[in-house]
Design a protein around this ligand. Sequence first.
Ligand SMILES: Nc1ncnc2c1ncn2[C@@H]1O[C@H](COP(=O)(O)OP(=O)(O)OP(=O)(O)O)[C@@H](O)[C@H]1O
Ligand SMILES: [Mg+2]
Length: 204
Amino acid sequence: MSLPTPKSDNLTWQDTSVDRHMREELNRHRGAVLWFTGLSGSGKSTLANAVSARLHRNGVHTYVLDGDNVRHGLNRDLGFSPEDRVENIRRIGEVANLFADSGCIVTTAFISPYGRERRLARDIAGGCFIEVYTCPSLEVCEKRDPKGLYKKARAGEIPEFTGISAPYEEPEAAEISIDTGELDVDQSVDKVIAYLQEQGFLSP
Ligand SMILES: Nc1ncnc2c1ncn2[C@@H]1O[C@H](COP(=O)(O)OP(=O)(O)OP(=O)(O)O)[C@@H](O)[C@H]1O
Ligand SMILES: [Mg+2]
Protein backbone atom coordinates (compact mmCIF):
# COMPACT_ATOMS: atom_id res chain seq x y z
CA MET A 1 0.00 0.00 0.00
CA SER A 2 1.51 3.33 -1.01
CA LEU A 3 0.57 6.94 -0.45
CA PRO A 4 -1.71 8.51 -3.07
CA THR A 5 -0.05 10.94 -5.47
CA PRO A 6 -1.14 14.56 -4.92
CA LYS A 7 -3.86 15.55 -7.35
CA SER A 8 -2.19 18.77 -8.46
CA ASP A 9 1.21 19.27 -10.13
CA ASN A 10 1.38 22.89 -9.02
CA LEU A 11 2.43 22.36 -5.42
CA THR A 12 5.51 23.87 -3.79
CA TRP A 13 6.54 23.03 -0.23
CA GLN A 14 6.52 26.21 1.91
CA ASP A 15 9.17 26.22 4.64
CA THR A 16 8.11 27.66 8.00
CA SER A 17 10.12 30.12 10.11
CA VAL A 18 9.75 28.02 13.24
CA ASP A 19 10.70 24.43 12.45
CA ARG A 20 10.37 21.13 14.25
CA HIS A 21 13.86 21.26 15.69
CA MET A 22 13.16 24.68 17.24
CA ARG A 23 9.91 23.45 18.76
CA GLU A 24 11.65 20.39 20.18
CA GLU A 25 14.38 22.59 21.71
CA LEU A 26 11.71 24.76 23.32
CA ASN A 27 9.78 21.73 24.62
CA ARG A 28 12.98 20.01 25.77
CA HIS A 29 11.81 16.71 24.29
CA ARG A 30 11.26 15.26 20.84
CA GLY A 31 8.00 14.68 19.00
CA ALA A 32 6.92 11.07 18.42
CA VAL A 33 4.03 8.84 17.40
CA LEU A 34 3.36 5.99 19.82
CA TRP A 35 1.08 3.79 17.69
CA PHE A 36 -0.75 1.30 19.93
CA THR A 37 -2.12 -1.72 18.09
CA GLY A 38 -3.81 -4.86 19.35
CA LEU A 39 -7.10 -6.64 19.85
CA SER A 40 -10.15 -4.97 21.30
CA GLY A 41 -9.74 -4.97 25.08
CA SER A 42 -5.97 -5.43 24.88
CA GLY A 43 -5.39 -2.09 26.62
CA LYS A 44 -4.63 0.40 23.83
CA SER A 45 -6.87 3.22 25.10
CA THR A 46 -6.00 2.57 28.73
CA LEU A 47 -2.27 2.76 28.01
CA ALA A 48 -2.45 5.56 25.41
CA ASN A 49 -4.09 7.64 28.15
CA ALA A 50 -1.93 6.42 31.03
CA VAL A 51 1.29 7.09 29.08
CA SER A 52 -0.01 10.52 28.08
CA ALA A 53 -0.94 11.32 31.71
CA ARG A 54 2.46 10.23 33.07
CA LEU A 55 4.33 12.24 30.42
CA HIS A 56 2.08 15.27 30.94
CA ARG A 57 2.81 15.24 34.68
CA ASN A 58 6.49 15.36 33.78
CA GLY A 59 6.15 18.40 31.53
CA VAL A 60 5.89 16.61 28.17
CA HIS A 61 3.45 17.86 25.52
CA THR A 62 1.08 15.03 24.61
CA TYR A 63 -2.08 14.32 22.65
CA VAL A 64 -4.28 11.20 22.41
CA LEU A 65 -5.95 10.14 19.16
CA ASP A 66 -8.49 7.41 19.86
CA GLY A 67 -10.72 5.20 17.68
CA ASP A 68 -14.31 6.36 17.61
CA ASN A 69 -13.46 9.95 18.60
CA VAL A 70 -11.84 10.53 15.22
CA ARG A 71 -14.91 9.16 13.45
CA HIS A 72 -17.02 11.83 15.17
CA GLY A 73 -15.11 14.61 13.40
CA LEU A 74 -12.30 14.37 10.84
CA ASN A 75 -13.40 10.96 9.58
CA ARG A 76 -17.16 11.24 9.98
CA ASP A 77 -17.55 10.75 6.24
CA LEU A 78 -15.88 7.32 6.38
CA GLY A 79 -17.49 3.93 6.98
CA PHE A 80 -16.00 0.46 7.34
CA SER A 81 -15.54 -0.59 3.69
CA PRO A 82 -11.97 -1.70 2.89
CA GLU A 83 -11.28 1.63 1.08
CA ASP A 84 -12.69 3.68 3.94
CA ARG A 85 -10.68 1.74 6.52
CA VAL A 86 -7.48 2.52 4.60
CA GLU A 87 -8.44 6.20 4.28
CA ASN A 88 -9.29 6.27 8.02
CA ILE A 89 -5.80 5.08 8.94
CA ARG A 90 -4.10 7.27 6.32
CA ARG A 91 -5.72 10.42 7.72
CA ILE A 92 -4.95 9.39 11.31
CA GLY A 93 -1.35 8.72 10.27
CA GLU A 94 -1.13 12.19 8.69
CA VAL A 95 -2.68 13.88 11.74
CA ALA A 96 -0.44 11.93 14.14
CA ASN A 97 2.55 13.03 12.07
CA LEU A 98 1.45 16.68 12.24
CA PHE A 99 1.18 16.43 16.03
CA ALA A 100 4.66 14.88 16.21
CA ASP A 101 5.95 17.62 13.92
CA SER A 102 4.39 20.18 16.25
CA GLY A 103 6.59 18.70 19.00
CA CYS A 104 4.03 16.51 20.78
CA ILE A 105 4.27 12.91 21.80
CA VAL A 106 1.04 11.61 20.36
CA THR A 107 -0.43 8.30 21.46
CA THR A 108 -2.88 6.61 19.07
CA ALA A 109 -5.29 3.79 19.99
CA PHE A 110 -6.63 1.96 16.93
CA ILE A 111 -6.91 -1.80 16.51
CA SER A 112 -5.21 -1.34 13.11
CA PRO A 113 -5.27 -5.09 12.42
CA TYR A 114 -3.46 -5.09 9.07
CA GLY A 115 0.30 -4.86 8.69
CA ARG A 116 -0.05 -2.82 5.51
CA GLU A 117 -2.03 -0.03 7.19
CA ARG A 118 0.44 0.14 10.08
CA ARG A 119 3.27 0.33 7.53
CA LEU A 120 1.46 3.21 5.85
CA ALA A 121 1.26 5.10 9.16
CA ARG A 122 4.95 4.29 9.76
CA ASP A 123 5.92 5.58 6.31
CA ILE A 124 4.07 8.84 6.96
CA ALA A 125 5.74 9.50 10.34
CA GLY A 126 9.23 8.22 9.45
CA GLY A 127 11.83 7.86 12.22
CA CYS A 128 9.61 9.04 15.05
CA PHE A 129 7.11 6.15 14.67
CA ILE A 130 7.04 3.72 17.57
CA GLU A 131 4.75 0.70 17.22
CA VAL A 132 3.44 -0.55 20.58
CA TYR A 133 1.82 -3.97 20.39
CA THR A 134 -0.52 -4.69 23.30
CA CYS A 135 -0.52 -8.46 23.17
CA PRO A 136 -2.44 -10.26 25.90
CA SER A 137 -4.07 -13.48 24.69
CA LEU A 138 -7.46 -13.40 23.01
CA GLU A 139 -8.79 -15.23 26.09
CA VAL A 140 -7.67 -12.36 28.35
CA CYS A 141 -9.26 -9.75 26.05
CA GLU A 142 -12.47 -11.72 25.80
CA LYS A 143 -12.67 -12.18 29.56
CA ARG A 144 -12.24 -8.42 30.08
CA ASP A 145 -14.70 -7.52 27.30
CA PRO A 146 -14.90 -3.89 28.59
CA LYS A 147 -17.40 -2.84 25.88
CA GLY A 148 -19.36 -6.12 25.71
CA LEU A 149 -18.29 -6.48 22.09
CA TYR A 150 -16.91 -10.04 22.27
CA LYS A 151 -20.22 -11.24 23.68
CA LYS A 152 -22.03 -9.63 20.75
CA ALA A 153 -19.47 -10.95 18.25
CA ARG A 154 -19.80 -14.52 19.59
CA ALA A 155 -23.57 -14.17 19.23
CA GLY A 156 -23.01 -13.25 15.57
CA GLU A 157 -24.23 -9.69 16.09
CA ILE A 158 -21.03 -8.01 14.89
CA PRO A 159 -19.78 -9.12 11.48
CA GLU A 160 -16.03 -9.13 10.90
CA PHE A 161 -14.99 -8.62 14.50
CA THR A 162 -11.19 -8.66 14.83
CA GLY A 163 -9.91 -11.80 16.55
CA ILE A 164 -13.24 -13.63 16.20
CA SER A 165 -14.40 -13.39 12.61
CA ALA A 166 -11.75 -11.10 11.11
CA PRO A 167 -7.98 -11.45 11.22
CA TYR A 168 -5.46 -9.58 13.35
CA GLU A 169 -2.03 -9.61 11.69
CA GLU A 170 0.55 -9.60 14.46
CA PRO A 171 3.28 -6.97 14.12
CA GLU A 172 6.54 -8.50 12.96
CA ALA A 173 8.88 -5.93 14.46
CA ALA A 174 7.05 -3.73 16.94
CA GLU A 175 9.42 -1.47 18.86
CA ILE A 176 7.58 -2.35 22.10
CA SER A 177 5.39 -5.36 22.96
CA ILE A 178 3.39 -5.40 26.17
CA ASP A 179 1.53 -8.43 27.48
CA THR A 180 -1.06 -6.57 29.53
CA GLY A 181 -2.21 -9.94 30.88
CA GLU A 182 1.13 -10.10 32.71
CA LEU A 183 2.01 -6.46 33.44
CA ASP A 184 -0.31 -4.05 35.24
CA VAL A 185 -0.97 -0.55 33.91
CA ASP A 186 1.87 1.12 35.85
CA GLN A 187 4.40 -1.51 34.77
CA SER A 188 3.21 -1.18 31.18
CA VAL A 189 3.64 2.60 31.28
CA ASP A 190 7.12 2.13 32.80
CA LYS A 191 8.07 -0.02 29.81
CA VAL A 192 7.02 2.66 27.30
CA ILE A 193 8.71 5.48 29.22
CA ALA A 194 11.93 3.44 29.52
CA TYR A 195 11.95 3.00 25.73
CA LEU A 196 11.42 6.74 25.16
CA GLN A 197 14.28 7.50 27.54
CA GLU A 198 16.66 4.95 26.00
CA GLN A 199 15.97 6.26 22.50
CA GLY A 200 16.51 9.89 23.51
CA PHE A 201 12.95 11.10 22.91
CA LEU A 202 12.73 12.73 26.32
CA SER A 203 15.62 15.08 25.73
CA PRO A 204 15.79 17.63 22.87
N1 LIG B 1 -1.68 -3.60 31.90
C1 LIG B 1 -2.85 -3.17 31.43
N2 LIG B 1 -2.86 -2.27 30.44
C2 LIG B 1 -4.03 -1.83 29.93
N3 LIG B 1 -5.24 -2.23 30.32
C3 LIG B 1 -5.30 -3.15 31.31
C4 LIG B 1 -4.11 -3.66 31.89
N4 LIG B 1 -4.46 -4.53 32.83
C5 LIG B 1 -5.80 -4.58 32.83
N5 LIG B 1 -6.33 -3.74 31.93
C6 LIG B 1 -7.77 -3.55 31.66
O1 LIG B 1 -8.05 -4.01 30.33
C7 LIG B 1 -9.06 -3.22 29.72
C8 LIG B 1 -8.53 -2.65 28.41
O2 LIG B 1 -9.53 -1.90 27.77
P1 LIG B 1 -9.21 -0.78 26.68
O3 LIG B 1 -10.47 -0.02 26.46
O4 LIG B 1 -8.00 0.01 27.07
O5 LIG B 1 -8.86 -1.67 25.40
P2 LIG B 1 -8.69 -1.22 23.88
O6 LIG B 1 -7.50 -1.97 23.38
O7 LIG B 1 -8.64 0.27 23.77
O8 LIG B 1 -9.99 -1.79 23.18
P3 LIG B 1 -10.84 -1.21 21.92
O9 LIG B 1 -10.09 -1.59 20.68
O10 LIG B 1 -12.14 -1.94 22.01
O11 LIG B 1 -11.01 0.26 22.09
C9 LIG B 1 -9.44 -2.12 30.72
O12 LIG B 1 -10.58 -2.53 31.43
C10 LIG B 1 -8.20 -2.09 31.64
O13 LIG B 1 -8.53 -1.63 32.94
MG1 LIG C 1 -9.88 1.69 22.81
